[in-house]
Design a protein around this ligand. Structure first.
Ligand code: AP5
Length: 191
């Protein structure tokens, strides 16, 4: 399984990726987690990335393509992976296809989790009360949502054109959403 998780901020990409990992065991590669770990470690990349993240803007494509390329080059991805938060625009989507084409291991599925923007913002605000992620402030979350609409939404059509997109309704409990995802993956892989 080589899967990308798509969806607006707060749609549940990370939550569903974790549930998939628990069920199927492949590595969960979260671009946001990689960047937050680099920021926490105080690396040059991490500190620069935090400036973009705290404004709710995307980190430049060349940085992200390099970071994810390195991660996907590691041995634990040989039998599959769940990529969460990448690609985030068409440049990244094409770079990912090029990379996986060179590795002879193309994507199987792109899962788009659909949640109404206000519901997604409400989830982010609830998380902010507990976790204090520095980009979980309301004005930044709204900017993340706008960046998603402008730059990331076209990636959904890109995968639809490639015939590997599945749209999943992201409302209801995390477990309900997960059951929909499992059903969709089973339907795609056939009887
Ligand atoms: P990233 O870390 O990817 O954040 P995001 O896309 O804004 O997504 P979130 O983590 O907020 O939401 P999610 O969809 O994963 O939902 P989650 O499961 O966490 O990116 C952060 C920043 O890094 C970007 O803004 C950008 O600056 C930079 N970046 C990252 N990747 C990049 C790239 N490729 N290129 C350039 N820049 C990049 O759930 C959210 C909350 O809702 C949680 O509290 C969860 O418990 C709860 N929840 C989940 N499911 C449900 C449910 N069904 N019902 C109720 N609550 C739920």
């Amino acid at each position: 399984m080589r899967i990308v998780m798509l969806g607006a901020p707060g749609s549940g990409k990370g939550t569903q990726a974790e549930l998939l990992v628990r069920e199927f065991g492949m590595p969960h590669i979260s671009s946001g987690d990689l960047l937050r770990a680099a920021a926490k470690a105080g690396t040059e990349l991490g500190l620069k990335a935090r400036e973009y993240m705290d404004r709710g803007e995307l980190i430049p494509d060349d940085v992200m393509i390099h970071l994810i390329g390195e991660r996907l080059g590691q041995d634990d991805t040989r039998n599959g992976f769940i990529l969460d938060g990448y690609p985030r625009d068409l440049v990244q989507a094409r770079a990912l296809d090029d990379l996986l084409g060179r590795l002879g291991a193309p994507l199987n599925d792109a899962l788009q989790i659909d949640v109404d923007a206000e519901q997604a913002i409400a989830r982010i605000m609830r998380r902010a009360e507990k976790e204090h992620r520095s980009d979980d402030r309301e004005e930044v979350a709204r900017n993340r949502m706008q960046v998603y609409e402008e730059q990331t939404a076209p990636v959904v059509d890109y995968y639809a054109d490639r015939g590997i997109l599945t749209r999943i309704l992201g409302t209801g409990s995390a477990e309900e959403v997960f059951q929909r995802i499992k059903g969709a993956l089973q339907a795609r892989s056939g009887p």
